[in-house]
Design a protein around this ligand. Sequence first.
Ligand code: PEP
Ligand code: MG
Length: 582
Amino acid sequence: MQVRNGIAVSPGVAVGPALVLGSENFRIPRKYVAQDAVEVEVARFRNALDQVCQEIEENESLVADKLGSQYAAIFSAHLQMARDPKLTGEVERLIRERSFSPEYAVSRYLRQHAEQLQNLGNPYLAERALDIFDLEKRLLQRLLGESREELSNLTAPVIILAHDLTPGETARLNTDFVQGFATESGGHTSHTAILAGALGIPAVVGLGRCLAGVSGGQTVILDGDHGQVLIDPDEASLENFRTSEAQNLKIRERLQSLEDVQADTQDGVHIHIYGNIEFPSEVEQCIKRGAEGIGLYRTEFLYLGGNAEPTEDDHYQAYCRVIEACGNRPVVIRTMDIGADKVPKQLKDRFDGNQNPMLGLRSIRLSLQNTSLFRIQLRAILRAAAKGNVQIMFPLVASLLEFRQAKMILMDVMEDLEDEGVEYCSDLPVGMMVEVPSAVILAEEFAREVDFFSIGTNDLIQYTLAVDRSDPAVASLYRAGDPSILRLIRTVVEAAARHDRPVTVCGQMSSDVRFVPLLVGLGLRHLSATPQSLPRLKEVIRNISIPEAERIAEHACSLDLARDVEHYLLGELGRLCPDLIV
Ligand code: PEP
Ligand code: MG
């Protein structure tokens, strides 16, 4: 049994066979071949190997001509590996004696070698493992052909293990079969992690390099509560899994009973709770669990889910679905937050080569540079807003100028619709996300111009602490409990109160029940969270009074280390709601 630890990002435990995806998302099947087809399969492997060797030789001479022989030497090393008689001998033995398919045999043999190199503790040799992966990729490309098996073509339950999954790939996962996933990369609030929550499947990210030795079909226990992945679990671990399944079922049943109750504190103050969604289909789950509306609709997933750019009508239909499912409840539609880790296939060219995407062309910046794209979305929002209770929100606003420019374009689009005689809503509230420290520093000035604020703690933490939210190498530095974050939230709440502007927290911090007493104690009365977390939020709110929350917030704000704040809040949660501590 191998035990791997990562970051728990979506709760629940799943057990099933692994589907290992290489860095290029090849599906590596654990297929056996019929005994009478063995020689044909061996020939297929030899043929693929010949083609790969030829390809490497071509690359070698191309690079030698262009850059010189010292660079071409990289390919000589690849060629040496590809021509190693041990590779041919061992792969052919696996096909002949164990009836493995060539794909599986290649993958198994090369991955075992890569893992050995990675485990030698020598950084130079560990790097060489990448060459082995490269050879594996080339061979699989030849063996499987150019067409990669689509993740959506699954026919049996699997647990996906991958180096990385983009938000687009995650959005397309078929949850009828994908029981959960774990990735080597990714951080606490990477969009892939957030999507796992939206899809309601357990997930662990940031495992670090560890999948080299794992083969498709091996049994995996994926523990999304504790961030652990067990590969080839022993009988005792499987038994533990069955017991915790039974306990989880009990917790789920208890939380279900909270679906219809109000989020009122013990002293009768109502806290408004809303759902965060990425897809229209999630509204139902939010309403069922007691959301009073949608506090954050991440519309960029319209671009990430499909292959073509959405038309005005695609936008309109999606928004109408959400609005209709919400009845008269408010829906905060956030304009597209494309860029960073959310790059649709059809816009990939614009982002290629960007070394620092979190600080690059993203979100409102992209909208303001591509006004034709932006206007299409604004038209659809304004038209749909005529059918319900809609608010519009601009993401990642860093300066007053950006907010004003976005609002001006919105007004301009309204004029167009007016001229065309198209039905639209002209008086919808226009707000902004507070995700950049500059927006907090200028909160007072922004408060005079916006109708509402929504604090996006995921990005606010990233940009305040200068920690990439998707990078597991710095995951331990990404801390919602950092005293600077608490102070920034307080600043926004105070500025909003002075101007009588509503303020919500819609980042993952409000879905993490540890932080709920703190947020309420800091003065927040609106929280927008993932659909799964809503019953837990209610449980905490119903177990606390405002003076108690204020005492907790005051004490938390007096501490000077993130780890002390988080430790203190966990202790308070354990006291208030012991059942919520997993
Ligand atoms: C945030 O940054 O907190 C937020 C809600 O936006 P996203 O996670 O989509 O970047
Ligand atoms: Mg954000």
